[in-house]
Design a protein around this ligand. Structure first.
Ligand SMILES: CC(C)(COP(=O)(O)OP(=O)(O)OC[C@H]1O[C@@H](n2cnc3c(N)ncnc32)[C@H](O)[C@@H]1OP(=O)(O)O)[C@@H](O)C(=O)NCCC(=O)NCCS
Length: 112
């Protein structure tokens, strides 16, 4: 039998955006914003206090997008992608705008 979740447990829940991709030809029409707001609403209603995600240092478009939507920088993992690339050499060395991909950044948005 599964134990019921107490309200204290619910208050500790966090929600992660694991992936958010809008098809290239469909961008800049409000879809990404609508998805983020829908997820924030669902997570808040489920008792989560924090919505967070990881992106890479080259993804300046995502850094702009999320910071304009209530997220702020929470963590910097220096060299995390370099480390991952040692195990998975297929991870590209250069990303958006010709920027070397090296680090991971965590962004978070409080939900209440
Ligand atoms: C990041 C991403 C999800 C945004 O999706 P999107 O559908 O383009 O998002 P929106 O349309 O809501 O907003 C994008 C921009 O278009 C603008 N926009 C929204 N509606 C618009 C409209 N009708 N006319 C003109 N511009 C508009 C927004 O103001 C926003 O600008 P900003 O980022 O400077 O604030 C999309 O670019 C993507 O899939 N990128 C690749 C994957 C990625 O990097 N994911 C995030 C990493 S975790």
């Amino acid at each position: 039998m599964v134990d019921p979740i107490s309200s204290a447990d619910l208050a500790a829940v966090e929600a992660e955006i694991a992936a958010l991709v809008v098809a290239a030809g469909e961008r800049h029409a409000g879809t990404g914003t609508a998805l983020v707001e829908a997820v924030a609403r669902l997570a808040r209603d489920a008792g989560a206090r924090r919505l967070w995600l990881v992106t890479t240092n080259d993804n300046v478009d995502a850094l702009r997008f999320y910071q304009r939507r209530g997220f702020r920088l929470a963590e910097l993992h220096v060299g995390a992608v370099d480390e991952a690339r040692r195990l998975e050499p297929a991870i590209p060395a250069v990303g958006d705008h010709g920027i070397p991909i090296r680090d991971e950044l965590v962004l978070e948005r409080p939900l209440r």
